[in-house]
Design a binder for this molecule. Structure first.
Ligand SMILES: [Zn+2]
Ligand SMILES: [Zn+2]
Length: 80
């Protein structure tokens, strides 16, 4: 199993669940929560609910940022 986004095989294109606008790729979830996180913790409100899902063997957690809503969202990428 490999993640097509992490391996550069596909572009991460995600739609904001709030405004349906285009979001920016913020990288992997585990990188995002690390010491080099580009955004302050209070900007990602979904954080508590996303971690268990992201541990799945079948999917890879990525983070996208909506400049419209000034919020980040998790997207789960199905591994190949
Ligand atoms: Zn990935
Ligand atoms: Zn939005």
């Amino acid at each position: 199993m490999l993640c097509p986004i992490c391996n550069g095989l596909e572009q991460l294109t995600a739609i904001c669940p709030v405004c349906s606008g285009q979001t920016d790729d913020c990288g992997r979830l585990e990188d995002f929560t690390g010491p080099y996180a580009p955004y302050q913790p209070d900007t990602y409100t979904n954080y508590e609910t996303i971690s268990p899902l992201s541990q799945s063997e079948q999917s890879c957690g990525h983070v996208v940022y909506c400049p419209n809503c000034v919020q980040t969202f998790e997207v789960l990428i199905s591994k190949w």
